[in-house]
Write a protein that binds this ligand. Structure first.
Ligand SMILES: *Cc1c(COP(=O)(O)O)cnc(C)c1O
Length: 396
């Protein structure tokens, strides 16, 4: 029978696809669009990292490696966890995958049975519900508001937990909101997870992009008990501007990491040998390039926040990390501009694109239709040009 598996049918098509296609069509027509859609840093990968990859190619480091990653890279990752997070791991507790998205995918494949519930906040990263669904799990989405910094409260989690709860996903700093969990909340969530025997998946991919002198804290670091049930996910994509290299990693309970390694060994096998060498250079080298990028993002965050202050009817939570701001545009919903009524984030994004020539991502794909996601992985000049256009457009 020439039919497809239900698996593919269960997964929603990307909500950003339509708008991205439209942006590209307009760009192809030569229309000048200011783009705030990027989900990746706009900097080049630093030279010391590229050089390590080139050396790997010349040295013939171009064959299979152990499926879960090279001992060299795992050792650098262990060192990183010790130095940055105060966490101690054995090599058998580390697996390197083809990007942090692949890490999260493998975790859920390894722990979820049909009907297992996985708790996370809305607004959420677009892939969480789909990755849970692909693993036959059930997403349990907790609605959060600007007033709570878009963070789940311990009370909300406590209420959402059932006998079927398998894991709680924490993403701090968050994509799409840029907000972070404070230490006290994280500690309480850790206690709840330990009490109810629920895994925690801590997506810390934006760890190094924090502002206002804030310091990152991993939920796994509060006690041995929480470390034993937490998967810490990180990677090189966002910190080192290496999205195309596809290296992410997980630290977690030994048996679960072993299950993930088996799954990975029969699907992708090892992440690219050359990219592993590059990631090793990135993680074990001087971190000054990271701090330069972080400072540039902080300046852009300040400018874009200030520019939103000038626009009537828009509220936002000032991001404390990552490179996104997630303003609430709903005060402008219901308006009819040029004969078209704006009903939600898709309409607003379409209006801003067609009228103001600004490309943004509608919030509905993140489970938050009042909002639009702006990436400030863009030049200060573009940020100013784009916000001028939005101010003009909405002022009409
Ligand atoms: C970008 C991103 C990832 C995954 O990045 P990879 O390129 O797959 O390493 C994971 N989580 C969040 C929240 C992200 O924004």
């Amino acid at each position: 029978m020439l039919s497809f598996a239900q698996r593919g049918e269960k997964v929603a098509p990307s909500s950003t696809l339509a708008i991205t296609a439209k942006i590209n069509a307009m760009l192809a027509e030569g229309i000048d669009i200011v783009k705030f859609g990027a989900g990746e840093p706009d900097f080049d990968t630093p030279d010391y990292i590229k050089d390590a990859a080139i050396a790997a190619i010349h040295d013939g480091f171009t064959k299979y490696t152990p499926a879960a990653g090279t001992p060299q890279l795992k050792a650098a990752i262990i060192e990183k966890f010790k130095k940055d997070n105060g966490l101690t791991y054995k090599p058998s507790q580390i697996i390197v995958s083809c990007g942090a998205k692949h890490s999260i995918y493998n975790i859920l494949q390894a722990i979820c049975n049909p009907g297992d519930e996985v708790i996370f906040a809305a607004p959420y990263w677009v892939s969480y519900p789909e990755i849970v669904t692909l693993a036959d799990g059930s997403p349990v989405v907790i609605e959060t508001s600007a007033a709570q910094n878009f963070c789940m409260t311990p009370e909300q989690i406590e209420k959402a937990i059932t006998n079927n709860t398998k894991a709680i996903i924490i993403n701090s700093p968050s994509n799409p909101t840029g907000t972070i969990y404070d230490t006290d909340t994280l500690r309480q969530i850790a206690e709840i997870a330990v009490k109810h025997r629920s895994y925690v998946i801590s997506d810390e991919i934006y760890e190094s992009l924090l502002y206002d002198n804030l310091k990152h804290q991993s939920i796994a670091s509060f006690s041995d008990e929480i470390q034993e049930i937490t998967f810490v996910v990180n990677g090189v994509s966002k910190a080192y501007s290496m999205t195309g290299w596809r290296i992410g990693y997980t630290a977690g309970p030994e048996k679960a990491i072993s299950a993930m390694s088996r799954i990975q060994s029969h699907s992708t096998s090892n992440p690219t040998s050359i990219a592993q060498k590059a990631a090793h250079a990135a993680i074990s080298g001087s971190q000054s390039a990271v701090d330069e990028m972080r400072q540039a993002f902080e300046e852009r965050r300040d400018v874009i926040s200030q520019r939103f202050d000038e626009i009537e009817g828009i509220t936002y939570v000032k991001p404390q990390g990552a490179f996104y701001i997630f303003p609430d545009f709903s005060a402008h919903y219901g308006r009819t501009i040029h004969g078209k009524t704006i009903h939600g984030s898709m309409d607003m994004a379409a209006y801003l694109l067609e009228d103001a020539k600004v490309g943004v991502v509608p919030g509905n794909g993140f489970g938050a239709d009042k909002h639009l996601r702006f990436s400030f992985a863009a030049s200060l000049e573009d940020i100013n040009r784009g916000l001028d256009r939005i101010k003009d457009g909405l002022g009409r």
